[in-house]
Design a protein around this ligand. Structure first.
Ligand SMILES: [Zn+2]
Length: 75
C-alpha cells in the first residue's frame, strides 16, 4: 500500500497514483507529501515550490483525455 502524508498539515492520501510526482502535492496546503510504501519512506514529496522542470516536459506527451490506471499488483 502506498501512502502519502503531508508533514505540514497531516493530510493522508492513499493509492498507487502517489508514485506519480503530479499526485505528490498536498491538496490542502500545497506542500509535498512524504510517500511511504509498506510503512517505509520511499520518497520525499513533490511540491510546486520545489519543482524541477520535469513537469513541463512531461505534460507534452501525456494526453489528459486518456487516463491510465495501471500498476495493480505490478509492484
Ligand atoms: Zn498539507
Amino acid at each position: 500500500m502506498i501512502e502519502g502524508k503531508c508533514s505540514k498539515c497531516g493530510t493522508l492520501r492513499y493509492g498507487w497514483a502517489l508514485l506519480n510526482t503530479r499526485y505528490q502535492t498536498c491538496p490542502k496546503c500545497g506542500s509535498g507529501l512524504d510517500i511511504y510504501k509498506d510503512g517505509h519512506l520511499i520518497t520525499k514529496g513533490f511540491s510546486p515550490f520545489t519543482a524541477k522542470r520535469i513537469d513541463v516536459e512531461e505534460s507534452r506527451d501525456t494526453p489528459s483525455s486518456q487516463m491510465k490506471d495501471e500498476g495493480e499488483g505490478s509492484l
